[in-house]
Design a protein around this ligand. Structure first.
Ligand code: HEC
Length: 203
């Protein structure tokens, strides 16, 4: 097998119009656009489901009980979508509570930094996303990330430790002794949904 240089193709960056991707065998631009649209739809559904479940669980059982929405529901739904779609779907954080699941890789770190820079220019996290066709030794893939902003209702468990209700603080301390996902303020970048779709090898 021919080894390929690890090159990265930026198919469409931060601008919406006028970006003409380089010609490339394999997945064509229409296919990429369809995949990006699919990733967007799936991500919106995922975040909506998490938001609704979190709200319901907070009302029903309070924050200690609702912890399981971020701890169990989110990874379970992400795995279910991954299996159904043949993708890898995860949530990553700018600071991480669970390093087993939430730690961004180098590409994701770069995109998170870029999201911060875009926010500094006035862009809103609600609609902020990025995608790129990436060629790595393991193969080509379409990578997609959608920003997750920290909302007021996230502060119960991701706000300042000093202001946390004691049972929540104690439970987080017990489960995550190395928790770094605290100290957020509403409007901060909390993290992102990250999707990797394997692509057929081009060229
Ligand atoms: C009731 C407590 C609670 C609330 C409220 C909560 N989270 Fe979490 N969050 C957690 C826990 C616990 C984890 C660790 C999950 C795990 O073990 O994978 C977590 C992890 C995450 C992660 C994965 C990265 C990491 O740090 O491990 C993201 C992203 C995240 N939360 C976003 C949010 C957002 C956005 C909100 C508000 C809409 C929110 N959370 C509200 C408890 C909470």
């Amino acid at each position: 097998m021919k080894t390929k240089l690890a090159t990265v193709l930026v198919v469409a960056g931060l601008t919406v119009s006028g970006v003409v991707p380089p010609a490339r065998a394999g997945n064509n631009e229409a296919d990429i656009q369809a995949r990006v649209a699919d990733a967007r739809t799936v991500t919106a559904g995922f975040l909506k489901q998490l938001g609704a479940t979190m709200k319901r669980e907070m009302q029903a059982g309070g924050p200690v009980a609702a912890l399981k929405v971020c701890r169990e529901t989110a990874p379970r739904v992400a795995s279910k979508i991954s299996l159904e779609k043949g993708w890898k779907v995860t949530r990553v954080g700018t600071r991480v509570r669970n390093p087993m699941l939430g730690l961004p890789d180098a590409w994701e770190q770069r995109v998170l930094q870029d999201f911060q820079a875009r926010a500094a220019q006035g862009e809103k996290f609600d609609t902020m996303s990025y995608y790129e066709v990436v060629e790595e030794p393991a193969g080509r893939s379409l990578r997609f990330m959608k920003a997750i902003g920290a909302a007021p209702q996230c502060m119960v468990c991701h706000g300042s430790r000093e202001q946390m209700a004691e049972p929540v603080r104690a439970e987080l301390q017990r489960l995550y002794p190395h928790d770094r996902a605290v100290g957020y303020r509403p409007g901060d970048l909390r993290g992102a949904v990250s999707i990797k779709q394997p692509l057929a090898n081009g060229s």
